[in-house]
Ligand binder design. Sequence first.
Ligand code: SAM
Length: 232
Amino acid sequence: LYIDGEIGPGATVALDPGQARYLVAVMRRGEGDPVRLFDDRTGEYLARLGPGGARACTVIVEERLAPREDVPDLWLCASPIQRDNFALIAEKACELGVRRFVPVAMRRSVVRKVNEERLRKRMVEAAEQCGRTALPELAPATDLDRLLRDWPAGRTLFFADELGGTPAPQAFAGHPGPAALLVGPEGGFDDAEREAVRALPAARPIALGPRILRAETAAIAATAVWMATCGD
Ligand code: SAM
């Protein structure tokens, strides 16, 4: 379970009501039962359930099991998209081990407002279910102009271009090291945006196969291929 705040051996931690309900009512855990916690800062811990039942559930931290996992240096930069699909991208980014998730507004982005709380919640749930001990950093929402203007030196920007580019596995293998993926909105990049991205010296257009993918599929597929090629 994720604990929002640094923990350590000997600490007594109050679980939030959802976590308490899950442990006590769903998992049927009781006082003294073991539970694994992580704080996204110092690592993963073994703790034991204290008294209190589902209403006032506390855990007592016993020992550190592992330091916070080290995730590969990959950012996923993606346009917000409709319905629940942006949260789906955040969830899969967490499962796959992305270090930083960056919402980037583009000219054809239909969705403008990013619900950070919802994204964070989905990432926490994904980490808990997958036994991960690191959450992706959720970067403040930005727009494409600003993203390109402030692009950090030394980080390759793999730009998922529906019009074509180097096949992703080949492009990734040729540029190991700090990287980012950029995926457009439902309507794709407009011509001016495509040109602006291509003008960035760090940008490399990539293709994800011959078919046009939905934005969420493209983001998840590109991340999975990068992890399979360069992640460790
Ligand atoms: N509306 C656009 C069109 O019809 O050409 C398609 C946009 S696509 C639904 C959304 C985003 O997914 C694109 O901007 C791109 O970043 C990515 N994408 C989709 N298919 C891709 C592919 N085969 N190769 C690389 N990127 C792709």
